[in-house]
Write a protein that binds this ligand. Structure first.
Ligand SMILES: [Zn+2]
Length: 465
């Protein structure tokens, strides 16, 4: 563990200097969604490239895309050893409402050992940590125990519209054995987490049409189909009363939960009572036989997000409405495929639509789920690195949400993805007063440095997904 001691010495000695550098990076208002900041996007990319150079990364480039550029750098001198691909983003969210910020968003300030600025936690601070870990190892150990490639994009906050194309076009340049992303959160203060799976997403709008216009319910009521009733029947047919989804074949490709995963979630001691209080419900609801964490991380869902149609004004209107609509989304888990689920959803609607109405179904954007197997060495190694530095057990978690670009990495590059985050959910990402707890900055630097050594202990073959 001599490398940990060395890292510790270096990061302690350099701390003030490193924080000054990070503040410089944070002062560049790289808001990707606002065209007036196009120049700042380039400035941030240049700054990052310079920091790569200082760290000892090579083959540096600022790769133009149809949107904001990707910054690339690598260090490839650990012959025969695995390669880690580090992904992150240097763009940030807009800052309004400005008056709610205690200090200006692009004038970084440290208060109470927290660094306040837009991007402090999401994601400039975390990207910076990876750069500094490389710098420390090259400076103090003379080399890295593995190879690294960095590719840091500038469009994450606007949905990474050009990244898939970039990855497709640069498959060889980005070839690696593991991809590490530090853009997520820990389980809580002092409690690190490795996230190894995320849910996917698909959705539809259902439009039900009856008569060609609204009708008088006295003249026509009882003789012509009511689209709202028809829609309600279709919606009711999607799930049974226990929340199990009744669409034929919906669960066919759902990967069963391994015993080790169940145990890992149990070990988190999740407080379902506190959750009820927090969200204001008397009972939790969902599929029988699964805990709350299992339902929200490892099981697919079908939720009606909105229903509209008919009269909703003041008082009464005796109308037989002509149309009704609903918006529905499904969270998907490995190995469900969004296209396949949409087909099954459509077939179900077709089979359950009542007579006397027409039903049209239109699709929304889709995203695939992703998982790196729980027992994959790259996941377990991340857990060990956290434990060496934080001295508490690492939480192994999945996320209930969706980050479509992660699924794209998984699919195009065919690499195990390790989500190794150092943020906290209370750090106001995307909101006023974003900040980063500096104890996680300090500890994270050491965790990342150690992770390189952990990964160096495996052959490329052992890391294959
Ligand atoms: Zn982010």
């Amino acid at each position: 563990m001599t490398h940990l001691k060395t890292l510790d010495g270096y990061f302690t000695e350099q701390r003030d200097e490193h924080l000054e550098q990070l503040k410089e990076f944070l002062r560049i208002p790289s808001i990707s969604s606002l065209s007036e900041h196009k120049g700042d996007m380039h400035k941030a990319a240049e700054w990052l490239k310079d920091s790569f150079e200082k760290a000892g990364l090579e083959n540096l480039s600022i790769d133009e895309t149809d949107g904001h550029p990707v910054v690339y750098g690598d260090w490839l001198h650990a012959e025969g050893k695995p390669t880690i691909l580090v992904y992150g983003h240097y763009d940030v969210q807009p800052v309004d409402p400005l008056h709610l910020w205690e200090s200006a968003p692009f004038e970084p300030e440290i208060r109470d050992n927290k660094l306040f600025a837009r991007g402090a936690s999401d994601d400039k601070g975390q990207v910076f940590m990876h750069v500094k870990a490389v710098e420390a190892l090259i400076e103090k150990m003379g080399s890295l125990p593995i190879n690294v490639k960095f590719f840091i994009e500038g469009e994450e906050e606007v949905g990474s519209p050009n990244l898939e194309k970039y990855i497709e076009a640069n498959k060889d340049k980005l070839a690696a054995d593991v991809i590490v992303i530090s853009d997520t959160g820990m389980q809580g203060p002092g409690h690190p987490a490795v996230c190894y799976g995320l849910r996917g997403l698909c959705g539809v709008q259902i439009d039900v049409r009856g008569a060609k216009s609204d009708l008088h319910s006295g003249l026509y009521g009882g003789g012509v189909a009511n689209p709202i009733h028809a829609l309600a029947e279709v919606l009711a047919s999607f799930r049974d009363q226990e929340g199990t989804i009744a669409i034929e074949g919906f669960y066919d490709t759902v990967r069963p939960l391994a015993d080790e995963e169940r145990d890992a979630y149990k070990a988190l001691d999740f407080d379902e009572e506190a959750l009820k209080e927090e969200v204001g419900v008397t009972e939790l609801f969902g599929e029988k036989g699964f805990s709350y964490l299992e339902r929200t991380w490892t099981r697919p869902t079908l939720e009606v997000n909105g229903v509209f149609g008919g009269f909703s004004g003041e008082g009464i209107k005796t109308v037989l409405p002509a149309e009704a609509s609903a918006k529905i989304t499904c969270r998907l888990v490995p190995d469900q495929d969004p296209d396949d689920i949409i087909e099954k959803l459509k077939a179900h609607i077709e089979a359950h639509k009542p007579v006397g109405v027409t039903v049209t179904v239109s699709e929304f954007d889709k995203g695939k789920p992703f998982i790196t197997p729980f027992d994959h060495p790259a996941i377990q190694a991340a857990g060990r690195s956290y434990e060496k530095v934080y001295n508490v057990p690492t939480a192994y978690i999945r996320g209930g949400g969706s980050i479509p670009i992660v699924a794209a990495f998984d699919e195009i590059l065919q690499l195990p993805v390790v989500l190794m985050g150092f943020g906290l959910s209370t750090e106001n990402f995307h909101a006023p007063n974003e900040h980063f707890h500096l104890e996680n900055f300090d500890q994270g630097l050491r965790v990342i440095g150690d992770y390189y050594y952990e990964i160096a202990g495996f052959t490329k073959d052992e890391l294959k997904k």
